[in-house]
Design a protein around this ligand. Structure first.
Ligand SMILES: NC(=O)c1ccc[n+]([C@@H]2O[C@H](COP(=O)([O-])OP(=O)(O)OC[C@H]3O[C@@H](n4cnc5c(N)ncnc54)[C@H](O)[C@@H]3O)[C@@H](O)[C@H]2O)c1
Length: 381
């Protein structure tokens, strides 16, 4: 990208003490293609100003709210090139709609919106605007997830017959929202989290990873959602059976009351010839087992990996890459989409980068899982 200036990012959310906003900032800037220059970082004008100081941006560009940011940035000779959305879920739709209406592309964190209906509204708005929209399903950025995806796509495992995906955390084992823990408080409030609790927070990542890696689509599911912590207003534990469009069966477990677990995301895919096993807490190894052959461990940065996996590896083998780098892969791909869009006015999201279609499917999954759990029966996707 010789001669290409850095793309300017405006962030909504990510104020002092926030979890994912600072991760987006680091990841977006990692490859030198993007810089954070503006933001409405908090619902409090004072905290937004303070965040601007911490991020070391021009104080004039730390705005009191996102609407002021969009208006002021449109008037600048050097406006932001896109908006990153890192607020609680209920704000994803209004911020995305306002950004698109103001002519700014959007990179949003998941889930795309708070309800399925909202995601359809957003899909229409993205289509109408013709602007790029990316969705940070982080795990899609890991090299060995790309390797697993390539293996499924080129038939190395044979026909896929069984999928086991789990995303287990333990941090909501106790009702910590009652004592004001910020991240727990909005996640267990339906007005801010949306219809799903655990299913919308992490179940949707497991769902996305399943479809992303296997290339298969969920066509039916039978889910059981529980609030194991009785006073909690939203689900904190989910088990779902999945039926895929090639008739394979899957099982998806997501839980935030799995005491002792940290970020236990794991995907196993079983085909007729062999299987693969990837764990987010050991992300630089992919275990591959063959029906008639010795077990393999593929390492990130291995010269033998698929082109897709090698394209997103930054370091030589043995130097661990992880969460921040995976996030940065998605930002790098989004930056390339933006540069292309600025030159041609054509928004082409590559198949490796989750976009609005993945966002709508994720919201559909949450919606159907809740419905299935209420009905205590299978539902069509
Ligand atoms: N991709 C991932 O791996 C991943 C991981 C964690 C969180 N997330 C998603 O990121 C989002 C944020 O989660 P979090 O854990 O960082 O939450 P958080 O509570 O730590 O941060 C949310 C931030 O949004 C700010 N905010 C709230 N209302 C606002 C408004 N009106 N205008 C501007 N800012 C406002 C808050 O002040 C806070 O700084 C959620 O949608 C969540 O699902 C994604």
């Amino acid at each position: 990208m010789a001669g290409q200036r850095k793309l300017r990012m405006g962030m909504v959310g990510g104020g002092p003490g926030a979890f994912i906003g600072p991760v987006h900032r680091i990841a977006a800037e990692l490859d030198g293609k993007i810089e954070l220059v503006a933001g409405a970082f908090s619902q409090s004008a004072e905290r937004s100003r303070l965040a601007g100081e911490l991020y070391k941006i021009d104080p004039d560009r730390a705005y009191a709210d996102f609407k002021s940011m969009l208006v002021a940035e449109r008037r600048r000779p050097d406006p932001i090139d896109f908006v990153a959305i890192v607020t609680p879920n209920h704000l994803h739709l209004p911020v995305a709609l306002a950004s698109l209406a103001a002519g700014f592309p959007v990179m949003s964190d998941k889930p795309a919106t708070a309800t399925y209906e909202e995601s359809v509204e957003l899909e229409n708005a993205v289509a109408k605007s013709g602007l790029p929209y990316g969705l940070t399903h982080t795990y899609a950025g890991y090299a060995l997830v790309r390797e697993a995806r390539a293996m499924c796509a080129n038939g190395q495992l044979g026909k896929i017959r069984k999928i086991a995906v789990e995303y287990l955390q333990g941090w909501l084992t106790n009702p910590i929202e009652a004592s004001g823990q910020k991240q727990a408080a909005w996640r267990s409030d339906p007005a801010q989290s949306g219809l799903g609790g655990c299913i919308g927070d992490i179940g949707v990542h497991a769902f996305h990873l399943t479809e992303y890696v296997t290339g298969l689509k969920v066509v039916g599911l039978n889910a059981s959602l529980l609030s194991v912590v009785k006073e909690r207003k939203l689900d904190d534990d989910c088990t779902a059976l999945l039926r895929m469009d090639n008739d394979a069966q899957g099982v998806l477990m997501s839980s935030q009351i799995a005491a002792g677990e940290g970020n236990g995301l794991r995907l196993r895919v079983y085909g007729e010839k062999g299987s693969l096993d990837w764990r987010q807490e050991d992300p630089n190894r992919l275990r591959v087992k063959w029906l008639d052959g010795p077990e393999e461990i593929r390492h990130a940065a291995g010269g033998y990996l698929s082109e897709d996996a090698r394209a997103v590896t930054r370091l030589p083998g043995g130097h661990p890459e992880g969460y921040l780098e995976a996030f940065a892969v998605l930002y790098r791909e989004f930056a390339d989409v933006l540069i292309e869009w600025q030159q041609s006015r054509k928004s082409k999201i590559p198949p490796t980068l989750p976009g609005i279609e993945a966002g709508v499917r994720g919201m559909r999954f949450i919606d159907r899982a809740i419905e299935s759990s209420k009905l205590e029966s299978w539902v069509e996707f």
